[in-house]
Ligand binder design. Structure first.
Ligand code: PBG
Ligand code: ZN
Length: 335
């Protein structure tokens, strides 16, 4: 045989489609839902910056979660939009607040296996839109006074029946404060999924319309991470694990695959990645224009996040993936 020809031919196995190093499963997907206290009855309102996504009333959210379950998805991440906002975000820990009521209703109407994760932050609840209390004099976000409030929110969400609370405000010490408050009140089994490495990203733009959580002044660079940094993400994750996080998250996902992969290599804890609004809206817009194929882009993006090492993926595409599975189109055709 001539030395010109390869003896190893990668295509032999490729053609059999036998080897798949990573699997995307609907069990791993978490669907974010926006619940708006200003919406009455069974209504839901489309979010213009995120085609295919809605703000739900509490009633329509219950229906949505029933549908989500029937499609084989397991878990939802709930964001609340309160009727009343104030400077300290006090609606966030109101026992009769939008999220607390929604969680109780969903827990009652939907089967026991549904996993309810509640976003734990202040930005949807404060008039200024920041993720923590703000010193009005200089516009600074106050870390330590915020921790006390986060503890209260966690307890009220756990009381309502949340399985997992997900602090997303990047306050230093938030996981520890939340764990202590939960344990003090007997909620030792409520888990914490921490937004451990959350970047100060432009990709959250569509979300801020969806959740009505844009800020009135300044920016989030004081608490969210600089996009140039990778080592700092490992430090953030390490601290959150020490403080008692059950799941750590990297956010965004597709622009930050290196971070997911580094965290995976360094730490043996469950790892989530947030496929954020901007990643969703980019694919949606490009496919509306006919530049890219929506389903193929979606599956390729999610496969990349899995390949990088995420266990769980929070994605607005969760229902679309479930549909692909149901229609037997789970694998992209290699034609
Ligand atoms: C706020 C929060 C944001 C997202 C989740 N929680 C936006 C922000 O930090 O400004 C972004 C989610 C997305 O873009 O899909 N705590
Ligand atoms: Zn926030």
């Amino acid at each position: 045989m001539s030395a010109m020809f390869p003896t190893v031919r990668m295509r032999r196995l490729r053609k059999l489609k036998l080897i798949k190093e990573t699997q995307l499963s609907t069990d791993d997907l978490i669907l974010p839902l926006f619940i708006d206290e200003n919406i009455e009855g069974e209504t839901k309102k489309p979010i213009s910056s995120m085609p295919g996504q809605y703000r739900f009333s509490i009633e329509s959210a219950v229906k949505e979660v029933l549908e989500v379950r029937s499609m084989g998805l397991k878990s939802v991440l709930l964001f609340g939009i309160p009727r009343r906002k104030d400077e300290t975000g006090s609606e966030a820990f109101n026992t009769e607040g939008v999220i607390q009521r929604a969680v109780r209703r969903i827990k009652k109407e939907v089967d026991d296996d549904v996993v309810i994760i509640t976003d734990l932050c202040l930005c949807e609840y404060t008039t200024h839109g920041h993720c923590g209390l703000v010193d009005i004099k200089n516009g600074q976000v106050l870390n330590d006074p915020t921790l006390e409030i986060l503890g209260k929110i966690a307890v009220s969400q756990a009381e309502a029946g949340a399985d997992i609370v997900a602090p997303s405000g990047m306050m230093d010490g938030m996981v520890k404060a939340i764990r202590e408050n939960l344990d003090d009140k007997g909620f030792t089994d409520t888990a914490i999924m921490s937004y451990a490495a959350k970047y100060n990203s432009a990709l959250y733009g569509p979300f801020r319309e969806a959740a009505d959580s844009g800020y009135q002044f300044g920016d989030r660079s004081g608490y969210q991470m600089d996009v140039s940094n990778a080592r700092e993400a490992l430090r953030e994750v390490e601290l959150d694990i020490e403080e008692g996080a059950d799941i750590v998250m990297v956010k965004p996902a597709i622009f930050y695959l290196d971070i997911i992969s580094k965290v995976r290599a360094r730490f043996d804890v469950p790892l989530a990645a947030y496929n954020v609004s901007g990643e969703y809206s980019m694919i949606s817009a490009a496919s509306e224009k006919g530049y890219l194929n929506r389903e193929e882009m979606m599956m390729e993006g999610l496969a990349a996040i899995k390949r990088a090492g995420a266990d769980l993926i929070i994605t607005y595409f969760a229902k679309d993936v479930a549909k692909e599975v149901a229609e037997g189109k789970f694998r992209r055709s290699e034609a």
